[in-house]
Design a protein around this ligand. Structure first.
Ligand code: ATP
Ligand code: MG
Length: 216
């Protein structure tokens, strides 16, 4: 049976994926939160996991350094998805892509006036599409994290970020004003690997599908 490499990020993606992997008969021999290893062996001789940054998962799979991976829709939209087969929404790591502003900022009125807003975000592509669709002119400012800070110190009027409970927004006196889209993590597979290693990959795909169906 062909050997396969699965790319994952630690944190919520790994935590939410572990039960799905288990349903497919795959258990990591180390915990990525405590181990410094970037390549994790599993109970299966022919399956290994690699631990990479969330935004790097599609890149490893696109180039075939990993045969499959799990990445948020947010990350896939920024990456573009080229070379990737995306057969399955795993319904894990769910949150929403939102526009947020300071809680004393009148977003509706700014939109009505056609004000040109500065928007800070890690998600340039998604943000550009969203505001273009609304016919709004915005100046996008690329950040790599902690977007919540930007409106508080005058870097931008608005941010585009992922929101789940809304507690981080609240703690920073921000409010969500627009939902761009719901986000969840997807299984991604290298297109060539799917053809060449079908006998290994297809049963995992089926086990994932069955595990998801059971949770729904
Ligand atoms: P890094 O922490 O390495 O900078 P990251 O912030 O993208 O990268 P995570 O915070 O682990 O990494 O997020 C990984 C994925 O989990 C995201 O791409 C997204 O799909 C999902 N995610 C992010 N924030 C939330 C959230 N608040 N609730 C649920 N899912 C989320
Ligand atoms: Mg993070």
């Amino acid at each position: 049976m062909a050997s396969i490499t699965i790319a994952l990020s630690k944190g919520r993606i790994f935590d939410d994926t572990a039960p799905l992997l288990k349903a497919a008969g795959v258990v990591a021999l180390d915990d990525p939160e405590t181990s410094r290893k970037l390549i994790l062996a599993t109970n299966r001789d022919n399956v290994r996991l690699i631990i990479v940054r969330a935004s790097d998962v599609p890149t490893y799979v696109q180039y075939g350094a990993a045969d499959m991976g799990i990445a948020g829709k947010d990350v896939l939209l920024e990456h573009g998805g080229s070379g990737l087969y995306q057969p399955l929404d795993l319904h894990i790591a769910r949150c929403r892509m939102m526009v947020a502003v300071r809680d004393d900022f009148d977003y509706e009125s700014a939109v009505r006036r056609g004000a040109r807003l500065r928007v800070a975000t890690k998600y340039l592509h998604t943000a550009r599409e969203h505001f273009a669709e609304k016919g709004m002119h915005v100046d996008l400012i690329k950040l790599y994290g902690s977007m919540e800070l930007a409106p508080l110190v005058g870097l931008a009027e608005a941010i585009v970020d992922l929101v789940s409970s809304g507690n981080t927004l609240k703690a920073n006196h921000l409010k969500a004003v627009e939902e761009i889209m719901p986000i969840s993590a997807r299984l991604i597979i290298n297109q060539a690997a799917l053809k060449l290693k079908r006998t290994t990959i297809q049963p995992m795909l089926d086990a994932f599908s069955a595990a998801i169906a059971q949770c729904e």
